[in-house]
Write a protein that binds this ligand. Sequence first.
Ligand code: ZN
Length: 256
Amino acid sequence: MGEITRHLPTQGVVLRYTNIKEADRMLTILTPALGKISVLARGCRKGKSKLLAATELFCYGDFVLYRKGNFHIMTQATVQDSFYDIRNDLDRLVYASYILDLTGEVANPGQEDNILFYLLLNTLSYMCYSDISPMVVTHFYEVKLMDHLGYRPILDRCIACGTNTNLAYFDIRRGGLLCNGCHKTDRVGYNIQMGTAKTLAYILDMDIKRLGVLRIPIYISQELDRIIGAYIEEQLDKKIKTRQFIKEFNRNSPKD
Ligand SMILES: [Zn+2]
């Protein structure tokens, strides 16, 4: 008591949570000004708690927090958008859960990142409300995210020798296209069709407002999926479990 507490209003998106004790929840929330933060929602799972709705995954809300040691305590929360419909479609749910996971892996604690916050928020919005395929929304997010993190791939020339012809491979380690000649020497790289490389370049330069009209043929989506998945893993140097899960999920429920 008597201690000065600073109440901090912030927007946020709930990335993950763990239930603790009888009715508490420890959350990871992505904010624009503080990056990724840990937030304790005390008593939020009690019957009448006003905090509960705002502590669900995907929830975009306005929170009031105060800092306590290396985490924050939630004192108020208003839901702006629960993105509820993401839960009504298994496909959307699986891809959107992966997007939260990936974001949780790359976001920096305590560090301002407006771009990441709004990229995530807009992407969840498309995942929830648009009719574009969850896989395409996910690829868009992954490509934009990698660019934002400083891993923009080189797509206009061979990353080894600089030529702009016969670019038929993608080198996940160096992050760019590789020509046939360099591929023969280096023996690295994934096959990439011109359409896939063009789609990658298109997404890199595209505004998120155009995402609603982005259509990618399935054969390109599949190739993109292999390459981006491997690229993310290589550059971040970690496996994202939910991405592995998506692979299994798609294998067990083939799309027509
Ligand atoms: Zn080359």
